[in-house]
Design a binder for this molecule. Structure first.
Ligand code: BES
Ligand code: ZN
Ligand code: ZN
Length: 504
């Protein structure tokens, strides 16, 4: 799909009037661009059946032109969140009606939270692109082909270079997010650790970052006992994917992004029940996000040093599986007592976080479909956010609000460390009670970031902990009903990560 800035609306495109309740049709910028007879007809239609919130119409006008009327909430309750939904809804409706080319007025999407036109253009273009996605790879094509919007002309009375750039950047963000959704949607049999590594290599080549893939031998050499342990039950061997995008200053310390890459999570010997196992081919959503965040940053030519790390494994039950009670020696030297083989994500991430420290990062962010408990806590609308750094918390929340990739904080306190003390190993891979599972998982990961040997601030002679953010994206792994997005992977974490990295 092509999204572009325009000063006029051509005859070939269907203008979409996104009208707030009570907003006068004749005041809309598109109205005066219509032919006289069309205007009359449209006013008559509006008089007969006034547009209400939630209404969608495709109207054929006397001149042969079609227009769309999209009813959205009135001005007093209008906000940026509703604007993002409206952007998706326009595309969803056009797809349903098989309209290929549409025109929108950027002003229709503005709200008090998004005064900056460049940023608004970016958001809107990203939302359009997300809504135009469908995972059709495994379906026989329908006779007339799939219905996609081919072109969206974004109209502005005051076009600017900032808006133009916003449209281009938003399109990149949308496209890369859709690629992450495709990876996550791909069935587990076709998206193995090796296939995920190949996808990373392909993304690196296409957008311009370096990809190195460690195989099992190299993982052994690195003494990544966590990754090796979890991967034992599967015929698919583990991979450790390292991606480097170094377009920042030579001495600028990098931001390291770590993504959980469990290509299928059966739970292992603690096998998941039928309802729990169904969507577990998406348990590499965090890894997919890291791959395509790097691709997006590279395509946007962001001047930063960013590293992506993805431990990729399949969690399977078999005669060679790791067992409950096994004690794994992680790369950090800390031992992990396996109480439940289904809490595998934190085990592989432990090794990846240890590896991340090699880069002396200025920030580490990990992103993982880590716990069902995060879904219990937050529902399906927000990913769980953990950090001890208030400024980072604020920045990530703002990035989530701006992009529609919402995050919400949960506590990261040392008191919870009591819960994950091991009996026969240093750490247990799950809490002692059934409560606060998202928090105990976060606190477990924390043990591999905070350490007495953290980056040394030589000037002051003190040891500092590495700034760290953990995102549990299990809640937002799949799209929700009524969000005008295709069923399946949501691309969670893409928006918030791209935005946060840019702002840092
Ligand atoms: N991948 C799952 C978490 C998950 C569940 C993600 C539902 C998305 C949707 C994770 O590996 C897991 O199984 N976690 C366990 C941890 C427990 C055994 C301590 C869980 O959440 O039940
Ligand atoms: Zn699991
Ligand atoms: Zn998992």
């Amino acid at each position: 799909m092509k999204v572009f800035l325009t000063k006029t609306i051509g005859n070939g495109s269907v203008p979409a009037f996104i009208l707030k309740e009570q907003q006068l049709l004749e005041r809309h910028s598109f109205f005066k661009l219509l032919a006289e007879g069309d205007r009359k007809q449209l006013l008559a239609f509006q008089k007969k059946s006034p547009l209400k919130e939630g209404h969608n119409h495709l109207i054929f006008l006397p001149s042969g032109r079609e227009v769309m009327l999209i009813g959205v909430p009135e001005r007093t309750t209008w906000n940026h969140r509703k604007a993002m939904l409206a952007a998706r809804r326009v595309v969803w409706f056009a797809k349903r009606e098989r309209v290929k080319r549409i025109a929108v007025d950027l002003d229709d999407f503005s709200s008090i939270e998004s005064k900056d036109r460049g940023m608004l253009a970016e958001t809107v273009a990203a939302q359009f692109t997300l809504a135009n996605f469908e995972f059709t790879e495994y379906k026989t094509s329908v006779p007339d082909g799939w219905s996609f919007v081919e072109e969206i002309a974004v109209f502005s009375l005051k076009p600017s270079a900032a808006i133009e750039r916003g449209v281009a950047v938003g399109t990149i963000i949308g496209e890369e997010t859709n690629k992450a959704r495709t990876l996550a949607n791909t069935p587990g049999g076709d998206m193995t650790p090796q296939k995920l590594a190949e996808a990373a290599a392909k993304a690196g080549e296409a957008s311009g970052f370096k990809v190195t893939v460690f195989d099992e031998k190299e993982i052994e050499k690195l003494k990544m006992g966590g990754i090796l342990g979890v991967s034992k039950g599967s015929a698919e061997r583990p991979r450790f994917i390292v991606m480097e995008y170094l377009k920042g200053g030579k001495n600028e310390r990098p931001i390291v992004l770590v993504g959980k890459g469990v290509t299928f999570d059966t739970g292992g010997l603690n096998l998941k029940p039928r309802d729990g196992i169904y969507e577990m081919h998406m348990d590499m959503s965090g890894g997919a996000a890291v791959i395509h965040v790097l691709a997006a940053l590279a395509r946007m030519k962001v001047k930063k040093n960013v590293i992506g790390l993805v431990p990729a494994v399949e969690n399977m039950p078999s005669g060679s599986s790791y067992r409950p009670g096994d004690v794994l020696k992680s790369m950090s030297g800390k031992t992990i007592e396996v109480l439940d083989t289904d809490a595998e994500g934190r085990i592989i991430l432990a090794d990846a976080l240890t590896y991340a420290k090699r880069y002396e990062p200025r920030l580490v962010v990990d992103i993982a479909t880590l716990t069902g408990a995060a879904m219990v806590a937050l529902g399906q609308r927000a990913s769980a956010l953990f950090t001890t750094d208030h400024r980072l918390e604020e920045r990530f929340r703002a990035a989530g609000e701006h992009t529609g990739d919402f995050v919400w904080p949960l506590p990261l306190w040392e008191e919870y460390e009591e819960e994950i003390k091991g009996t026969f190993g240093d750490l247990a891979n799950m809490g002692k009670t059934r409560y606060g599972g998202a928090i105990t998982a976060a606190v477990f990961l924390w043990q591999f970031i905070k350490s007495s040997r953290a980056t040394r601030d030589t000037k002051q002679g003190v040891e500092r902990n590495i700034p760290w953010v953990h995102l549990d994206i299990a809640p937002r792994m799949t799209t929700t009903e009524g969000s005008f997005l295709a069923k399946g992977a949501a691309g969670a974490g893409m928006g918030v990560l791209i935005e946060a990295v840019r702002r840092i």
